[in-house]
Design a protein around this ligand. Structure first.
Ligand code: UD1
Length: 309
């Protein structure tokens, strides 16, 4: 059994990873400031150590790394919303770039042993450049602080492998949805906001004409791929898209949810959101070549999500 550090481990994706590892009997240390995450997302276990703390406290994190000697580190903690990063670029940079750089540098300087480190990057790095689906060799154009920080950390993570031999991998996630996604902020993932509006008879604020395209990927698919990549030496020093390769417009998704729930979504249509990407969907060939696939289709995933709610 191994010891894992998960930053942001009380959040939507981090807690799903943590609970999966705990079910395997692994030891998991979670550092989360609970700005978006919730302790209740984490299953109780003697193998879980929860630390309510910000990853921007470098001294705290460095002491923890020195004491615990983690086998695996998962850098999940982030300001997770593109729109949030536009409202708060300074905080975004401190969390999404500086905190992660501090961890890489401390591991390097102290020569701390490590089996693997995985960074959660984002499809947002591709930006609005023409040409979809995006593969890992597609040009990038990070157009928000969120995307810039995801891209710079991704490059650092890969460079620390290439230059210093650190075992690392970075994944570019597309739009993830499923149980435990927190709908309580205007910056939450759109599917959690839509289902929250339906459940509470609220009006959904739709930014733009609803024809924006996304690759919505179910959270357990993502977690299974992440945990498999951590163990795959072929993925060391690589950037890998994790998505289904299937595209859907917001309008299409709303129709599917309305069919599943039998409710009509009330909408206010507002202008497009600044920094929004129009067409975002990926080519998952590299993931598939590693024997991994995000296989839950949108209708199945949305039905599962609705049953959970
Ligand atoms: C999402 C993720 C981000 C990830 C990126 C990768 C969230 C909050 N953001 O960004 O972490 O890196 O995918 O591709 O999960 N919308 C509305 N009304 C709303 C909210 C959103 O119309 O109330 C629209 C947005 O304008 C956007 C689309 O829905 O066009 C998706 O928005 P959102 O869920 O915030 O995700 P992304 O910006 O795609």
């Amino acid at each position: 059994m191994a010891k894992y550090l998960i930053t942001g481990g009380a959040g939507f994706i981090g807690s799903t990873i943590a609970n999966t590892l705990l079910a395997q009997g692994q030891t998991v240390v979670v550092v989360d400031d609970l700005s978006m995450g919730q302790v209740q997302n984490l299953n109780q276990s003697d193998q879980l150590h929860f630390l309510k703390h910000s990853i921007t406290d470098h001294d705290f994190i460095n002491d923890l790394l020195d004491q615990e000697k983690f086998d695996y580190i998962l850098l999940v903690g982030a300001v997770a919303s593109v729109a949030d990063s536009i409202a708060e670029p300074g905080r975004t940079h401190a969390v999404n770039a500086e905190a992660n750089f501090n961890i890489l540098e401390h591991l390097r300087k102290e020569k701390l042993p490590l089996k693997n480190l995985l960074f959660i990057s984002s499809a947002a790095v591709y930006g609005n450049l023409a040409g979809v689906p995006k593969n890992e060799l597609s040009p990038v154009e990070p157009a928000t602080q969120y995307a810039v920080d995801k891209y710079s950390t991704e490059r650092n993570v890969i460079n620390y492998h290439n230059l210093y031999g650190m075992p690392t991998v970075a994944v570019r996630l597309f739009n993830i949805y499923g149980p435990k996604q927190n709908p309580k902020s205007p910056y939450s993932g759109v599917l959690s906001i839509i289902t929250d509006c339906l459940m509470n008879d609220k009006s959904f604020k739709q930014f733009g004409d609803g024809e924006q395209v996304r690759d919505f990927t179910y959270v357990t698919d993502v977690v299974n791929c992440i945990l498999a990549l951590l163990e795959d030496s072929r993925a060391l020093g690589e950037v890998v898209n994790i998505g289904t390769g299937q595209k859907a417009t917001l309008n299409e998704v709303i129709t599917i949810i309305e069919d599943i729930t039998g409710h009509k979504l009330k909408k206010d249509v507002l202008p497009e959101r600044k920094g929004d990407i129009k067409y975002s969907y990926g080519d998952p060939s590299k993931l598939n070549d590693l024997g991994l696939v995000a296989k839950v289709d949108l209708k199945t995933g949305l039905r599962k999500y609705w049953e959970y709610l």
